[in-house]
Design a protein around this ligand. Structure first.
Ligand code: G1P
Length: 299
């Protein structure tokens, strides 16, 4: 092969690989967690443990499985525990090493976190999901970025964000994770109107927390998104919507007038850990899959 052919092959391979990347993932974690008071008075709801591992760690692991190299927390002054959790604790590591508990060092500072960059940006007023995402604008350098809402815990073989990324790689477009919600729950979510296009679901519209009469379908958006960074220009122009807040859903609806957005019904078990019922179910589910706890769950 001539050098020219090899050169063009390299460019094509590089292009394919760059399309398949999702390097930056935003985690909005500034919410008050009032549904979990009193514990959330001093512990961020994202730090609630599913046995021994906090929700936020499941979510970060999912992002890393999808290829994330930078995790961006949109946080508030009450969420310092999250920053501490992902920082190195040299004193604790030394103590564990001195007492020959090396296996525990892996649990507090696992290898897969070593090359990940953690960034933090403050959301100084609670003003909706759209407003929270807008705070990350200056940190996003990639054309597309992920969003993970950590209180939606997804347990699946292939991480949920990776499943979305595979659709993003095929379409080079924004992708939302959706699930089929019962009628009674539609009022809690963004709900989409979509058409089947080949194997894919393509959005026609999306509406925030519709009444049962307004809901265009039963497909509800939960906490996983891959969005084009053009969404920031739209968010800057988005007027307060439902509850007087800047809604990400409203920005996505405007975005649809110029760009394609796809939806994916993911494979896996989803637990809404923003609710106590979902949180308890998640613990029972995880316990029933762990050797040490199977018997206890059965009893
Ligand atoms: C937000 C979004 C909503 C989405 C939901 C998923 O609502 O506004 O569109 O369906 O997250 O959890 P929130 O739960 O913050 O009220």
């Amino acid at each position: 092969e001539s050098y020219v052919v090899i050169y063009f092959r390299c460019i094509i391979v590089e292009k394919i690989m760059s399309e398949a990347q999702l390097k930056q993932v935003v985690f909005p974690v500034a919410g008050l967690g009032s549904r979990f008071l009193p514990v959330t008075k001093s512990i961020p709801k994202e730090m609630l443990p599913i046995i021994d591992k906090p929700l936020i760690q499941f979510a970060v692991e999912e992002a890393i499985q999808a290829g994330a190299e930078e995790i961006i927390f949109v946080t508030s002054h009450t969420k310092i525990a999250i920053e501490d959790y992902f920082s190195k604790n040299s004193e604790l590591e030394k103590r564990l090493r001195d007492s020959n508990k090396n296996e525990l060092i892996q649990t507090i500072h696992p290898d897969y976190l070593k090359n990940v960059k953690f960034s933090f940006v403050r959301q100084n007023e609670p003003n909706g999901l759209g407003h929270a995402i807008l705070q990350a604008k200056n940190l996003i350098t990639e054309d597309f970025f992920g969003i993970v809402l950590a209180d939606d815990l997804i347990l699946s073989e292939v991480g949920c964000l990776k499943q979305l990324k595979d659709i993003h790689s095929k379409t080079n477009s924004s992708v939302l994770g959706v699930f089929s919600a019962p009628d009674s729950e539609l009022k809690n979510y963004g709900v989409i109107d979509a058409s089947q296009e080949d194997e894919l679901l393509k959005l026609n519209s999306i509406i925030e927390k519709p009444s049962i009469n307004e809901a265009p379908s039963n497909l509800a958006v939960f906490g996983r998104y891959i969005l084009s960074k053009s969404i920031f220009n739209i968010l800057e122009e988005t007027k307060p919507g439902l509850n007087g807040e800047i809604q990400l859903t409203d920005a996505i609806r405007s975005f649809l007038s110029s760009d394609s957005v796809f939806a994916l019904e993911f494979q896996g078990r989803r637990f809404d850990c923003g609710s106590k019922e979902g949180y308890v179910s998640a613990i029972v589910d995880r316990a029933s899959h762990l050797e040490n706890f199977k018997e206890i769950v059965k009893k």
